[in-house]
Design a protein around this ligand. Structure first.
Ligand code: C2E
Ligand code: MG
Ligand code: MG
Length: 252
């Protein structure tokens, strides 16, 4: 069923209140050990009538109607709580949470501290992912905010790297601790990806930045990720985004 952005926008705030936003988790492995070391939180809107609405459909709407910070806080709180549950069950995992460029303001660090304190969560387990596919309108403001995030011990990841706006020069200004190589470069033409990426990723590695491959669907693509110098990988080959129950059943 086709739902217009206007129809979704009209329902989104109530959906947050009614807990229709559900956080899924996608595992990430360390390529040297093969162990699951982290999860990425990925939100879905489970609509009572229309079923699962993917984030690409409603995150831009949440941004445009000024509800993105509420959505972001909901996901962060859910995910921090889930990480605490896993930790209590003896699973030590790191957590990545996506954040929209419009959330990069002076309030963010304080909100992170509140959530970390609420769940007694180690800040070094948390990484905030900012996407490279959207331009950051106010770069100085965003850079200030990300430095505050880093000062807490929380990591900063540049998501969808290699597709958009963050050149290695801009990266020097962003206090990035991680780059996530975009899926198109993992699943697309390999020799082109190698030619353009290996020097950049090697330079990033020298700066102490962790390199993660996303969208790994086959063993071949996993080898390609290793050749590019990635330390971690994420993708359907390892596991799709799933509920905590599914995660526990798959990876007990
Ligand atoms: P992303 O952060 O780059 O997340 C990766 C997307 O690729 C996810 O789509 C994931 O399900 C999908 N994916 C993972 N592995 C594979 C694979 O092997 N093959 C293929 N074909 N796809 C794979 P999803 O969950 O639909 O999320 C789309 C985007 O929505 C995310 O891209 C992220 O930018 C945004 N998003 C998701 N959750 C949030 C959130 O809580 N806040 C914000 N601001 N954005 C979010
Ligand atoms: Mg991401
Ligand atoms: Mg991505």
């Amino acid at each position: 069923m086709f739902l217009s952005p206007q129809a979704l926008a009209a329902e989104l705030d109530a959906a947050v209140d009614q807990r229709q936003l559900v956080t899924y988790y996608q595992p990430q492995i360390d390529l040297s050990s093969g162990d699951i070391v982290a999860v990425e939180a990925l939100v879905r809107w489970i609509h009572p009538t229309y079923g699962v609405i993917p984030p690409d459909e409603f995150i831009p709407i949440a941004e445009s109607i000024g509800s993105i910070r509420r959505v972001g806080r909901t996901v962060l709180t859910d995910a921090a709580q889930q990480l605490t549950r896993w930790s209590a069950a003896g699973k030590r995992l790191e957590l990545s949470v996506n954040i929209s460029p419009t959330e990069l303001g002076p309030e963010l660090a304080g909100e992170l501290v509140e959530t970390l304190d609420e769940f007694g969560m180690d800040p070094t387990l948390l990484t905030m992912e900012i996407t490279e596919t959207e331009p950051i309108i106010d770069l100085p403001r965003a850079v200030r905010c990300l430095h505050e995030v880093r000062a807490l011990g929380v990591g900063v990841s540049v998501d969808d790297f290699g597709t958009g706006y963050a050149s290695i020069n801009q990266l020097r200004n962003l206090p990035a601790t991680e780059l996530k190589v975009d899926q198109s470069l993992i699943r697309g033409n390999r020799s082109a990806a190698r030619r353009t990426l290996i020097p950049v990723l090697a330079e990033a590695s020298d700066l102490g930045i962790r390199i993660v491959a996303e969208g790994v669907e086959t063993a071949d693509q996993m080898n390609h990720a290793i050749e590019l110098g990635c330390q971690r990988a994420q993708g359907y080959l390892i596991g799709a985004p799933m509920t905590p129950d599914e995660f526990n059943a798959h990876f007990s």
